[in-house]
Design a protein around this ligand. Structure first.
Ligand code: SF4
Length: 319
């Protein structure tokens, strides 16, 4: 049995990072194939990025999700901020973010995020968050405050939000859209048939409707959604999901390989080959997405700045 504990200050009791998973049987860990190769962290720029994140008291999804691209991204100062704390109120089977009851919101966080974005010199920033089902608005106003603070500090920086689903939070989505991020991302994560197992606290059609509603509220806002593959989904289910996203007028789709954070998480059912990823990308393009990123190491925020420039160019070309 392997239970992962959070680091604790001396003298305090260690708490499992995912208490709801602690009693689960261990799942097997598969050896990664050759095509999943990542750059080790360690460049001076990586250290500088880390320093800016730490001195501003910020949390990043890069670290919390143990993202395999952190060496590459942080060496270019691309860090994805995770606002509203490091503890999530959901308990998805794939996610490494700690679960439990989060702390109250930190009202100064938007200012510190904006300051860090300025210090990192980001042309494009991705802001994500934990799920905050404990808050009346799901944290929508905090997202809006963070967008406003970044706009004030660095008006030239384009902003992408990667939000929770705001399930049962009436009016929350409208608050975030009114703050006018440049890209609105919400990940479906997996196919409909795997929701109960992989994303039990979420609802597939609610997430889809959220994306569709963004376009209804502001047709000029780019929308984006991503999934992981290798969780046991069938190819036809992925193709159906692509159609569902297009029905919701989503512009940009990302597909990446699921990597299992610990033995307590959902097991990897398969490593999807680069050729299969290329095939998914080809089919997705034919279905009408403005942009598709599908590779084993694709993550929602990976190369988000370059992808935003491509989205703008694609829209321009369509005029
Ligand atoms: S892909 Fe995204 S989450 Fe991963 S290190 Fe890069 S910016 Fe962070």
């Amino acid at each position: 049995m392997v239970t992962v504990y959070d680091k604790t200050a001396a003298g305090t009791v260690a708490r499992p990072r995912h208490p709801e998973k602690a009693a689960r049987a261990d799942t097997p860990l598969l050896k990664k194939p050759d095509w999943i190769r990542v750059r080790m962290p360690g460049s001076p720029v990586y250290a500088e990025t880390r320093e800016i994140v730490k001195t501003h008291g910020l949390v990043t999804v890069c670290e919390e999700a143990r993202c395999p691209n952190i060496g590459e991204c942080w060496s270019q100062k691309h860090a994805t901020m995770m606002i509203m704390g490091d503890t999530c109120t959901r308990a998805c089977a794939f996610c490494n973010v700690a679960t439990g009851m989060p702390k109250p919101l930190d009202a100064d966080e938007p200012r510190r995020v904006a300051d860090a974005v300025a210090k990192l010199g980001l042309k494009h920033v991705v802001i994500t968050s934990v799920d905050r089902d404990d808050l009346a608005d799901g944290g929508a106003q905090h997202f809006a405050d963070t967008i406003t603070a970044i706009r004030r500090a660095t008006p030239q920086t384009t902003i992408e939000v990667l939000t929770p689903d705001f399930l049962r939070k009436e009016g929350a989505l409208e608050i975030v859209v009114a703050a006018k991020p440049d890209v609105f991302n919400h990940n479906l994560e997996t196919v409909a048939g795997l929701y109960l197992k992989i994303r039990p606290g979420a609802r597939y059609f609610h997430s889809l409707r959220l994306l569709q509603r963004v376009k209804e509220l502001d047709s000029t806002m780019f929308t984006k959604s991503g999934i992981m593959v290798g969780l046991g989904e069938e190819r036809d289910e992925v193709l159906q999901l692509m159609d569902d996203l297009r029905s919701a007028a989503v512009d940009f789709m990302t597909i990446g390989q699921y990597l299992q954070p610990t033995r307590k998480h959902a097991e990897i059912k398969s490593f999807v080959t680069p050729a299969e990823f290329e095939s998914y990308a080809r089919i997705a393009r034919t279905k009408g997405f403005m942009l598709v990123s599908a590779t084993p190491l694709t993550r929602s925020s990976h190369h988000a700045g370059e992808d935003f420039a491509k989205l703008q160019a694609a829209r321009q070309a369509m005029r």
